[in-house]
Write a protein that binds this ligand. Sequence first.
Ligand code: HEC
Length: 157
Amino acid sequence: MKKIVIAGLSVVGIVLAGDVEFPEGWRNMKKVEQGAILPGNPLYGIVPGYHETYMNDTAYAHFARYISDFKKGKTPPQFPKGSTVIFVNYKDKGQTPRVILVMYKTGDPKDEGGWKWEGFLMPSKKRIVKNPAKDCANCHYKGRKDWDGIFVPHAKK
Ligand code: HEC
């Protein structure tokens, strides 16, 4: 999100094409995973404590279809374009979000792994990702370029 000045008027909050939209309605998405990030986990600095992972219908259909392949260690096709997967980190046990991380599949090779990456501080929805490669994808793809960069199929369920 950029701050745009038009004829002296400052309009904050315009989402430019290419930006990841805030996933309004995320509470109605499908919950696929939950857990706690504890001290010692490299994620603890960004998203300490309780989290839940949600998917939109496009991502969930793929997840549901291929979860058994994932579990068997096979490499299923990549998540389809339009997939949204979010990671909600809470200040408490699931009432008050602290940060919402978003992966949105464009399939565009210019995006890291074909995903767009964003994080929103809650409740302000302030964007936190400056450099998706450095801030997010480096860790998701660490040492492995041969997968879809998404941990959730390897998680519980
Ligand atoms: C230090 C490594 C690391 C960094 C940095 C990181 N992630 Fe993750 N991310 C993970 C791990 C590990 C999980 C799975 C956690 C779990 O489910 O317990 C995860 C989970 C997620 C999920 C849920 C889907 C999935 O893969 O399980 C999303 C969405 C996500 N991260 C987005 C982001 C975004 C956006 C950024 C950049 C702001 C980011 N992550 C930075 C390691 C990282």
